[in-house]
Design a protein around this ligand. Structure first.
Ligand code: HEM
Length: 154
């Protein structure tokens, strides 16, 4: 298997896992109501969290577009269309929310504003988890070799 394809699938898989860990640790810490734990989770999401997620998304997108060059395949086109939404959602919603929530948590401000921004972050996180999952589904379908049954009878 080519290095580019391996990098694509490993980085994409890590990106999805990172988002799932962000979401589950966020929900868990907030359900416990333990403010010290919430503050710790918010800070870990920034570092090392984003430090892992952002390069993984860059590698996934870069290798994906590189492998897709010149292709007219419908599944590849669908993957390419989803990628800008994943990037923009991360850049314009998830990252600013993560920084602001960390600031509020470190200052001990857990009012309406915290939970409003937290809800926005959870929704945007779910959107990105769904879009990345769809890209993995289409990617696996693309690289799966057809079984003898699926091969056209000539
Ligand atoms: C976060 C976004 C993405 C994720 C998580 C992802 C994930 C995957 C996975 C898991 C595979 C299967 C690899 C294998 O079985 O070896 C794959 C294949 C593929 N992906 Fe992506 N992908 C993403 C974005 C993209 C983008 C933006 C493009 C470009 C349009 C792209 C193009 C491809 C191509 C062309 C293949 C098939 C490679 C082959 O079988 O030769 N992907 N992707």
């Amino acid at each position: 298997m080519k290095a580019k394809k391996i990098a694509h699938k490993v980085a994409g898989g890590i990106a999805l896992m990172t988002l799932i860990v962000f979401l589950s640790t966020t929900l868990y810490s907030e359900l416990t109501g333990n403010y010290a734990l919430i503050a710790q989770v918010k800070s870990k999401i920034l570092m090392p969290g984003l430090f892992i997620l952002i390069p993984c998304l860059i590698v996934t997108a870069g290798s994906g577009f590189n492998m897709a060059r010149g292709s007219k395949n419908k599944k590849i086109k669908a993957k390419a269309k989803r990628m800008p939404f994943i990037g923009l959602n991360g850049l314009l919603v998830l990252i600013p929310c993560a920084f602001y929530l960390n600031y509020l948590a470190q200052s001990g401000i857990y009012g309406f504003e915290f939970y409003l921004v937290q809800s926005i972050e959870v929704i945007a996180g779910l959107v990105n988890i769904s879009l990345i999952s769809l890209n993995i589904r289409d990617g696996l379908r693309l690289s799966r070799k057809p079984t003898p049954k699926q091969q056209p009878v000539l």
